[in-house]
Design a protein around this ligand. Structure first.
Ligand SMILES: Cc1cc2nc3c(=O)[nH]c(=O)nc-3n(C[C@H](O)[C@H](O)[C@H](O)COP(=O)(O)OP(=O)(O)OC[C@H]3O[C@@H](n4cnc5c(N)ncnc54)[C@H](O)[C@@H]3O)c2cc1C
Length: 394
């Protein structure tokens, strides 16, 4: 094949980490090939319009947020932004609740207006003291006590991870804010926005702007190794897979996504529930913590994208056990998994001509901005190591 030739960098994975690294390296004058075994770019952030024309996130909702101006500035070269204040609710006991926990949630619980002072006093009585919370259960009990923990966190976490919160890292539940004022924003970061035309459009512009980058979809690492000779490999797939799972498979949690579209006419029947014309539910995301409901959440991303369209779509998310036939969505935040990962990371450290970046190659629950930052930093190191032929300022 004519294209099969010697290149500088082979990059495995066309998600955030692979494409950011590829754009930077090719802008520095290196010849790069990015491959992905999937038939589309964007990794788990991939979005596209459904049959009704509604932009949907195929692998679960991707709420972009960041506290890093450097990362926002970099991505802004490829997209404008649609600012969003991400809002969610929880559905249990037959009703919607304001969530994450805030003063409105407390008022819904006691059934009358209240104040920050009253809520703080109530929490003082309920909190279970722990010197240093050792797991996710202790993190939440130490902040809100049993009643709110059992209502909103326990069932949801067991469903999501198939492990009790007391068996999961404290960092997992510490991600969720708990507030005594009326601030009901889901996330804490300063910059919260979605790419104006979607993630896929942003990635396509990134590829177009890359002077010497070839993208090959539907090509896996094994095939790529046989097709290209490369000086350096950037690997963004699962680290245990790279090493043939020689110490055993790292545990992942997988998901099944069920998308359903609705016409403007169909949505009319939901107005009493959603409270809005053209929407199926009252918020972008509704959590279902009850154990008897088989899904964890329903997402209607149109609330966040701001797309002006009569139709809408929802996605139900069903957690499931992972096996090598399924996508490895979440690394499992447990001590034994971290220990196994460290054995693979030690092997990775000995591979002088391979960089392991991104969420799967570092087995960490990183957000999109964090893997972007990681890819920018790794690209800088590689440019310094192999010498740049052009100026590549991020
Ligand atoms: C359900 C869900 C919801 C999320 N929500 C958010 C959110 O709201 N906000 C946020 O910031 N982050 C969120 N994330 C995290 C976000 O998806 C990641 O931070 C980001 O996509 C990681 O990018 P990546 O390039 O490292 O990995 P990925 O996006 O996983 O890309 C890796 C790519 O490598 C390819 N690949 C793997 N192995 C091989 C191989 N052997 N050969 C060829 N190709 C291979 C895969 O097909 C994949 O496309 C969410 C993740 C999930 C699963």
């Amino acid at each position: 094949m004519v294209e099969d030739a010697t290149i500088d960098f082979l990059i495995v994975g066309a998600g955030f980490s692979g494409l950011v690294a590829g754009e930077r390296l090719s802008s520095a004058g290196f010849k790069c090939v990015v491959v992905d075994q999937r038939s589309h770019l964007g990794g788990n952030a991939y979005d596209s319009a459904d049959r009704g024309g509604v932009l949907i996130h195929h692998y679960g909702p991707h709420y972009f947020r960041s506290n890093s101006q450097r990362i926002v500035d970099y991505l802004s070269k490829f997209t404008e932004w649609h600012p969003v204040s991400y809002q969610i609710k929880s559905f249990t006991d037959g009703r919607f609740w304001s969530f994450p926990i805030n003063l409105n949630t407390f008022e819904e619980l006691i059934g009358r207006p209240s104040s920050t002072g009253e809520f703080e006093n109530w929490l003082k009585e309920k909190r279970v003291p722990f010197d240093k919370p050792k797991n996710s259960e202790e993190v939440i009990l130490s902040q809100v006590g049993h009643e709110l923990y059992e209502r909103f966190f326990e069932g949801y976490t067991i469903k999501q991870w198939k492990h009790h919160p007391r068996d999961l890292d404290p960092s997992l539940c510490a991600r969720i804010p708990i507030r005594t004022n009326r601030d009901d924003r889901y996330l804490r970061e300063e910059f919260q926005a979605l790419p104006k035309d979607g993630y896929t459009a942003m990635f396509e512009r990134m590829v177009e702007a890359s002077p010497d980058l070839e993208l090959h979809l539907g090509v896996d690492f094994e095939e790529a190794k046989a097709r290209w000779n490369y000086r350096h490999l950037v690997f963004t797939g699962p680290i245990d897979g790279y090493f043939g799972r020689r110490f055993g498979a790292l545990p992942y949690r997988s998901l099944r996504f069920e998308h359903e579209g609705f016409s403007a006419d169909e949505l009319r029947a939901r107005e009493a529930i959603s409270g809005k014309v053209g929407f199926w539910q009252p918020a972008m995301q509704v959590n279902y913590p009850d154990p008897e409901v088989p899904f964890t959440r329903i997402v209607e991303i149109k609330h966040a994208t701001g797309q002006q369209i009569g139709a809408s779509a929802i996605t139900r998310e069903y957690p499931r056990d992972w096996n090598p036939e399924l996508e490895p969505y979440y690394p499992v935040p447990r001590e034994e998994a971290s220990l196994l990962y460290r054995r693979y990371a030690e092997l990775a450290g000995r591979e002088a001509s391979t960089s392991f970046i991104g969420r799967l190659a570092t087995y960490r629950y990183y957000n999109m901005d964090q893997v972007t930052g990681m890819a920018l930093t790794e690209a800088e190191k590689l440019i310094a190591r192999y010498g740049s032929t052009e100026n590549a300022q991020a």
